[in-house]
Design a protein. Structure first.
Length: 264
C-alpha cells in the first residue's frame, strides 16, 4: 500500500511503495529510548520484516534530535542485573536492525548520542544534517555504551577513533563524523529526507535478492573469520545464480539494455 501512515505515541511509520520511513517521536522535545520504546521498536521491526514489499527503511527523528540516548531517569536506580538485562534488550533490538533483510538508512536530523548513535551504527547507511552531533557519552554518566557501540563503532571508524569517542564521551560535529567515516554524507536540514529517499531509489534499482545477499556477505566479512566469511560468500554467490534476476541482469548487460529486476 502506498502512502500508508501508522502512528503510535512513540513512532510514526510512513510507507510509500517500497520505501518506509520510521520517525522516532518518544518525547516532544528530545527523543529518548526507554525500555518500553525499545520493545515497541522491536515489534515494529518484526512486522516490517514480514512485509515483502519493503526494500529500504529510513530511520529519522522528530524535532531537534535523532535520539539523545536512553532514558536516564529510568536507569538511575537500576542495579547490576537490571543493567545487564537492559543491555541485552538494547543489543537484541539493534541486532534486529542490523539483520533486517532490506537496506536501512539512518537519516540523522540532529543529536544522535548514546543509544541514538548506536541505532545509527546498526544501519547500513548514515546521512547527517550539518547541525547533527554524534557521540557515545556514557562515560560522562558513569557507564559505557551497552547497546552494541563498543562492538560496531571500532569496526566502522577504527579502534583509535572509537577509543577517543568512548573514553572522552565527546560529541562529534557532522563534518568531523564524516571525516572519520562515522557518517556517509552531510546535507542541509531541509534536504535530509529527500537525499535519503534519493539513495533509497538508487538502491531499489538493483536486484533485490542480490542486494540482500550482498548485505549478508558484507556482514559475514566483518563479523566472521576469513574462512567462515569466504564460505558464506561462496554460498551466497551460488544462491544468486539460482535467481531469475541473475539471468535478467546478465542478459540485459549482453543486450546493452537496462535490466528489469523482479526480485525472484
Amino acid at each position: 500500500m502506498s502512502n500508508q501512515i501508522v502512528q503510535s505515541d512513540k513512532f510514526i511509520l510512513e510507507k510509500d511503495g517500497s520505501i518506509a520511513v520510521l520517525t522516532i517521536k518518544t518525547h516532544e522535545k528530545v527523543n529518548q529510548f526507554s525500555k518500553e520504546a525499545l520493545i515497541e521498536l522491536s515489534d515494529i521491526l518484526k512486522r516490517l520484516e514480514k512485509d515483502s514489499s519493503i526494500g529500504v527503511l529510513i530511520f529519522t527523528g522528530h524535532g531537534k534530535a535523532f535520539v539523545a540516548g536512553a532514558n536516564i531517569k529510568q536507569m538511575l536506580d537500576m542495579g547490576q542485573q537490571e543493567g545487564e538485562e537492559l543491555s541485552v534488550l538494547g543489543q537484541s533490538v539493534f541486532n534486529q536492525v542490523e539483520n533486517l533483510g532490506f537496506i536501512t538508512i539512518a537519516a540523522v536530523n540532529g543529536v544522535a548520542v548514546g543509544g541514538g548513535c548506536e541505532l545509527s551504527l546498526a544501519c547500513d547507511y548514515r546521512i547527517a544534517v550539518e547541525e547533527a552531533q554524534l557521540g557515545q557519552p556514557e562515560i560522562s554518566i558513569g557507564t559505557i555504551p551497552g547497546w552494541g557501540g563498543c562492538f560496531r563503532l571500532p569496526r566502522l571508524v577504527g579502534y583509535k577513533s572509537a577509543r577517543d569517542m568512548i573514553f572522552t564521551g565527546k560529541f562529534l560535529p557532522a563534518q568531523e563524523a564524516l571525516e572519520i567515516g562515522l557518517v556517509d554524507s552531510v546535507v542541509k536540514q531541509d534536504e535530509l529526507i529527500s537525499e535519503a529517499k534519493k539513495l533509497a531509489q538508487t538502491l531499489l534499482e538493483k536486484a533485490p535478492l542480490a542486494l540482500k545477499y550482498a548485505k549478508k556477505a558484507l556482514q559475514a566479512g566483518i563479523n566472521m573469520s576469513q574462512a567462515q566469511a569466504m564460505r558464506a560468500e561462496q554460498e551466497l554467490f551460488g544462491v544468486s545464480f539460482a535467481t531469475e534476476d541473475k539471468k535478467e541482469g546478465m542478459s540485459a548487460f549482453l543486450e546493452k539494455r537496462k535490466p528489469e529486476f523482479k526480485g525472484c
